[in-house]
Design a protein around this ligand. Structure first.
Ligand code: GLN
Length: 538
């Protein structure tokens, strides 16, 4: 029978609920338990696919093509679980289902209400994941912050659910914030008390409090939180800011004996796991043998979360090479103003990630040109591959004003264009080319060597593609189409032959990299970047 952990958050947003839920997953998996994770998002969008990165950060894409919350990326990176579109439930989806049911007459004349119809639908999803995954423990993270009006149906649903299955089978973990007030020189517990009070108001009494803090929680503070929040003393857990890496969080929570506590509360008989492989990951991040600087040229550079999986995958590539990576975030528009040489010199490699819209495009093209001409390792992801194509068309093949029709509908050389299948698409949500697709790699290509395979599977999220009308001309000019799909019809991966490392993919490898299984493209990229700064052949 599945046991349930519900993770809520209080006081402020951005406390790292997703990371904490993922880290709990790591610890429980490490004890030999089968874990499943699920995220509830109280907003009304059906999925985050239609939201701007300014609103939402990265959209994380799954094998089945679901466009989901970036926390699912943490879940996949921290555990071995396989996510599907059922693992991310939004209010939008809940209401869509309830309203469809109502139109189909499924409620048999009843008044359709938030309780029980909306809350039942939420509970159905909990049961569905539990059944499908056959997990020992299902961790459900509730997005938003306690006190948000829109989160109430989710909280009511989990309150009822836990009561029905019993508290030896379901626990509530509340992540809260204990701020350090400089002027007073001390940590303050009042926001935590109030946030727990808010939860209790709606009938949820947390079993465990995880306290995010910048300073250690001493015994007195733990006692105070325990007493006034009505939570056992040993269930007040400190989660201090990590010094170096998010991958320290599981170790930190294990030191607080959180996994012991969870197993005790849920009556799970699972011995403590060995975390030495995880410790080795941290060692390579904290004290690597080598170091390199990688430039990421994007347009959402000021946002922490917009390129989350890209940044993580670069770190993983570093782990694979025992190489610490300093990520230099570069605004593409700055390259437009100052020139690529000024900004990119001294870097080990440059990466152009995915993106939409025209702003910063010319700066990215300049970065790709600089990397190609100077032998600087280049990795292009999705839009980064389209950029490499446009740059090559303009500057090597001299195709004047070559462009993607996404940015210039009347370009004389549409080297990147819409697929026929995309031409008549009007609805925006969920209509891109999405999810896992096979890709055949060319024998003898650098890519095949890097992947050590000729058949790979990668995740997609794009509308535009390489325009095959130009295929031969590109090939003649030295552009190598080293990865294709659909019997060679779609270009998935390109490389340049006379360059130490110039690879770009139409797919998103960053969605399939984990700290313990770094993605081959990132591994190869960091290795090339390291060779580049030491003037060594790869
Ligand atoms: N805007 C481009 C397209 O739709 C690239 C998308 C991306 O980088 N994810 O094809």
């Amino acid at each position: 029978m599945t046991k349930y952990i519900f993770v809520t958050g209080g006081v402020v947003s951005s406390l790292g609920k997703g990371l904490t839920a993922a880290a709990i997953g790591t610890l429980l998996e490490n004890r030999g338990l089968k874990v499943a994770l699920q995220k509830f998002d109280p907003y009304l969008n059906v999925d985050p696919g239609t939201m701007s990165p300014y609103q939402h950060g990265e959209v994380y894409v799954l094998d089945d093509g679901a466009e989901t919350d970036l926390d699912l990326g943490h879940y996949e990176r921290f555990t071995h679980t396989q996510m599907t579109r059922l693992n991310n439930l939004t209010s939008g989806q809940v209401y869509q289902t309830v309203l469809n049911n109502e139109r189909e007459g499924k409620y048999l004349g009843k008044t359709v209400q938030v309780i029980p119809h909306v809350t039942d639908e939420i509970q159905n999803r909990i049961r569905q994941i539990a059944e499908q995954s056959n997990a020992d423990v299902l961790i459900t993270e509730i997005g938003g912050t306690t006190g948000d009006i829109e989160g109430l149906p989710f909280l009511e649903a989990i309150r009822e659910f836990a009561l029905v299955v019993g508290y030896e089978n379901a626990i509530f973990i509340h992540l809260t914030y204990v701020p350090f007030i400089k002027a007073a020189g001390e940590l303050k517990t009042k926001p935590t008390q109030q946030s727990v009070a808010k939860l209790r108001e709606i009938g949820i009494a947390p079993h465990v409090l995880i306290c995010r803090c910048e300073q250690p929680l001493n015994k007195e503070l733990r006692q105070k939180i325990s007493m006034f929040c009505n939570v056992a003393f040993d269930a007040v857990i400190e989660e201090k800011d990590v010094d170096h890496s998010i991958y320290e969080v599981p170790l930190l929570l294990q030191r607080e004996r959180l996994d012991d506590l969870i197993c005790k509360m849920l009556r799970l008989d699972a011995p403590r796991g060995n975390m030495s492989h995880w410790q080795e990951i941290i060692r390579k991040i904290i004290a690597p043998q080598h170091r390199v600087r990688i430039g990421v040229v994007g347009k959402y550079i000021e946002l922490q979360d917009a390129y989350k999986s890209v940044y993580e995958s670069i770190i993983h590539g570093g782990i694979a090479n025992d190489c610490g990576v300093e990520i230099v975030k570069i605004d593409a528009e700055e390259i437009e103003q100052q020139g690529a040489g000024q900004i990119l010199q001294g870097l080990g490699g440059v990466l152009v990630p995915g993106g939409f819209g025209e702003r910063g495009i010319e700066g990215k093209i300049l970065a790709a040109q600089y990397a190609r001409e100077k032998g600087l390792p280049y990795l292009g992801l999705c839009l980064g591959m389209q950029i490499a194509t446009i740059e090559f068309a303009r500057n090597v093949m001299k195709l004047d004003r070559a462009h993607s029709t996404e940015f210039d509908a009347s370009t004389p050389h549409p080297v990147i264009a819409l697929l026929d299948a995309q031409r008549n698409v009007i609805q925006k949500g969920g209509t891109m080319r999405l999810g896992l697709q096979p890709c055949q790699l060319a024998k003898g290509s650098r890519a095949a060597k890097i992947y050590q395979s000729e058949l790979i599977h990668e995740r997609h999220r794009h509308r535009y593609e390489f325009n095959n009308t130009y295929r031969e001309a590109f090939e003649k000019a030295g552009f190598v189409f080293c990865g294709t799909s659909d019997n060679g019809r779609l270009v998935e991966l390109i490389e340049l032959a006379n360059h130490p490392f110039y690879i770009a993919s139409q797919f998103h490898p960053e969605f399939r990299s984990k700290p313990h299984v770094p993605h081959p493209l990132f591994q190869g990229f960091i290795s090339a970047a390291h060779a580049h700064i030491h003037h060594r052949p790869i």
